[in-house]
Structures are given as structure tokens and as C-alpha cells.
Design a protein around this ligand. Sequence first.
Ligand code: PFF
Length: 459
Amino acid sequence: MSSNSGDSRGLFSGNLGYILAVAGSAVGLGNIWRFPYLTAKYGGGIFLLIYFLLLFTFGYALIMAETSLGRNTRLSPVGAYRTFADKQHSFLKIGGWLNAIVPMIILPYYCLIGGWVIKYMFEYLTGGSASAAADGFFVGFITSNFVPVVWHLLFLGCTAFIILLGVQKGVERASVVMMPILLVLAFVIAVYSMTRPGAGAGIAYYLIPDFSKFSIMTVVAACGQLFFSLSVGMGILITYGSYMKKDVDVEKATIRIGLMDTTVAMLAGFMIIPAVFAFSGGDAAAVNAGPGLMFITLPKVFESMGMGSFIGAAFFIMVFFAALTSSISILETCVSTLTDELKWSRTRATMFMFFEAIALGIPCSLGFGAWDFISIAGLSILDMMDFLASSILCPLCALLTCILISRVVGTQKIVDEIKSTSAFKGEAVFRFCLTYLAPVILLLVLASSVAATLGFIKI
Ligand code: PFF
């Protein structure tokens, strides 16, 4: 199978640019907003343990597989799948399109939440820390129909502007500037939070596994989080792999990206869980506030701390950077599909996605206000889109990628691609996970998601 030369494609300048851009995609709202509340919900340490086990086996294998598929074909997901899907396996062509559609579903609501983050950032930067912490602030804001849409537009505009600058000058440069600042801020805030009086109980809850809290849902939730956090099963790594130079060591880059993603998620837990414990006087229920943990509980915690408005501002600037580098990767993947498949210019593809994200972002916002009567299985419009993308389509896409590689492309071809620049110490783990472990886990996750949609189990 011939590899496309990719001369006219944008390429990352080298190792560091590539690593920071993919880490920028991986590190996002998933790490800072989702990981801490899921860890708290699923029992702290036991969730962490399962998450790590999955990361080093299944997560590692899937990142390597998707990236190498992209680098080998130099194409975005639709083309990469089409390159290999022969007559016998023509159903796999759908897999390419599914991978391409996931980021198109995620972009509108991810940018809407990005808009909420900008709103909080402005609130803190303009001295409004007390109002951000006031009862009803968050709910009042998200139910105000078109007001959040204005912030959504601002966030989407920042994302589109960077995409229009191109792969190296936009995507890569944005990550190279924002990622180091994000890491420093995350570290400083975590240290500050962990040294508050009473934080020790929260640290213990976070780190010590309680095996009695284990259930199959711990595995399903950890797996879903791993997908979302590593940006796996959404065509992103295929696209970014297609921009990777042939001399980048895929294995080393993957390990560094996984480490960076996990470090920020862990730091987010260290920032949030001990601080909420300290604030609530050691009440484990307080940390279980679900999705509202970051937008409702945390501002109250900041307000109760000395220097709360300063820490709050630093925190929301960090979240903004994390969300922006991720939304850039989401939009870049959509643009890459449209330019590759429809031969559109970069500007035309970006403008198209901009309007798509507004058109679908508005119903997501109204879903908390005027359209809150629209709900399926208790999910709002935003939650439905998230559930469809991250709980159903992502595992399905990852499963199709495993089938494509193990049954059609041949695992050996991907192993050769990786070995062309890596020592590939994890080859045996990679082969085992891709062929056996990943399909089993993915089927389990898919079955649980469908069962949850039908109301048979509670996630
Ligand atoms: N990995 C990002 C996060 O953890 O927030 C989220 C994300 C990025 C989701 C890219 C989807 C995506 F296509």
C-alpha cells in the first residue's frame, strides 16, 4: 500500500512541536473538569488504580496504533481507512467517516463549555470572585439562553483564528506557548491546595484504593475517561500522526504524551479533592458534586481560601489554555477531513466548521434554558451529544481501528512503521492489547453504554 507523500500537507516541525501539540489535544477539560469528579464518584484510589492499568496497556496500544496509521498513510481518518479497506472489508470505509464525524459532534459543545470557562476567567480577572462563588451564579448563567452563546462565539473565534494560521504557525505554536504555562500553573495551584489545613484527608481519599468500592462500572468509567482524555477514537491521533515527520520516535513521543496527560489529570485531582475536603471539613460527599464540581463547588472553595481571587484567576487561565489547545485539535481534525476529502481550502473548511459549531452550539445552550423540556433518559441536549460521541461512537471507532489493523492492514505493518524510528520495547504488549485486550474491553464498554441508554444499568 503506497504512502501518500504529503508534500502539500502541513507538518509539525519536529519532536517537541509534535509532542506538545498532541499533549495539548489530550490535556483539556477532560483532565481538569472530568477526571477529578469521576475519581471522586468512583471511589478515589481504586478508580486511579484501574485507570493506570488501562493506560499502560490499552491506552498505550491505541495511541500508537492510531498515530502510526496516520503517519503511514499521511491522510486524515477517511482517507487512512479507505487506503486499506479492500473489497472484502469495504464496511470499514464507514469507520473512517465515523472517526471524522466524532470531532464534528464534539466541537460545538466543547466550545460551549470553553465559553463558560472564558466567562469565569473574566469574572476572576475583573475582581468578580465573590459573585462567581455566589449561590446560583452558575445555574443562572447557563440557563440564560443566548448569553452563554456569546462566550461560546468568543471561544470558537479564538480556536478558528489559530487554525487559520496553519499547522506549524497556528496549532504547533499555540501549544508550544500555552502548554508550559499550563504545567507551571497546575503545579503551583496543586501545591497551594495540598498545603491548606485539613487537606490531608482528601489526599488519602484520592490516593488510597478502597477495594470494596470496585465494580464493573469502575472499569467502564475509567475506560470512557481514558478515551476522552487521550483523544482516542476520534480521528485526532490519525490526523496528527499524518502531520508527524518520519524521524519522530512514535513510542517515546507516545509515552511522553501519556505522562503529560496523566500528570495534569493527577495534579487536577490534587488541586481539587484536598481543597474541597478541607473546605467541607472532611465531608467526602462534598467532593461528589459531579460535573458542577469545577464551576460551583470550586469557586466557593477559592473564596474561602486566602488569596482566593488570585488562585481562582490562575486556575481558570489554566483551564482556558487546556481547553483551547484541545478545541484546536478538534477543529483541525474536522478541517483536515474537509480539505482532504472535498478539496476545500483551509479557510473555507474552517468557516464551514465555525458555522456548524454555532448551529449546534445554540441548541446545546438553549437545552439548559428555554429548551430544557427536550431530554432523553434524563440527559440534556449537551449531555446527549457527549454521550453519543464519547460513550458510543468513540469506543466503536476504536474497535473498528483494532479490526482494521489486526485483520486488514496487518499488525506487522504497523509494527514496522513504529520500528522505523523506535526501539519499540513494548511490542509484545502492543500486539496483545490491540488484538485481544482492546476489542474485549471495547465491546464491554459499548455494551454497558447501550444498556445504560436503555436504562438497564446506572452509570
Ligand atoms: N482530550 C481532551 C480533554 O481531555 O479535554 C478532549 C478532547 C480533545 C476530546 C479532542 C475530543 C477531542 F477530539
